[in-house]
Design a protein around this ligand. Sequence first.
Ligand code: NAG
Length: 161
Amino acid sequence: MKPSQLRFVLLLTLTFAACKSQASRTEPESPALQPSAYERLTEYHLPPGLLPDNVLNYTLKADGEFTLTLKSKCSIVYSIPDDEVLVHYDKHITGTLKNLAISDLTGVSTKEFFWLAVTLIHKDKIDDDVVYFNAGYLYRSFPESVFASPRSCSANLSPEV
Ligand SMILES: *[C@@H]1O[C@H](CO)[C@@H](O)[C@H](O)[C@H]1NC(C)=O
């Protein structure tokens, strides 16, 4: 083999090896091409910390309908001015994500005098820093900063369900 031929073969081999290793690097990661559930919330101008940090996976349809699975059901205590609010997240959460709101929500509840299902989470305007949790006719307002980043969630504070 002439030296120029050898170089050509070597180059081909190297190119092939590079392509192969790139393919094996990207292949198992294709589900990760989906934006995270937290990125989805910010796309709709909602703070990422509305969800705990243990999201396992989710599906989101074009009309905004979503299903979301947590690693386990759990609760978070949010400190708001002059008060604390206990919020429980079921393992499976569903709802409809739209601009500034999550409606038809299931799987999230808040403890007031007793546990109430939160059916709507919303903001009035992009620039508002207040987030509302509606449970039927009742609502709670939170400073948006409370949900600035996803918090870890405790299994020990959950209602007996
Ligand atoms: C999410 O993960 C759970 C547990 O691995 C699995 O049963 C479920 O099918 C997954 N859902 C989606 C939408 O990928």
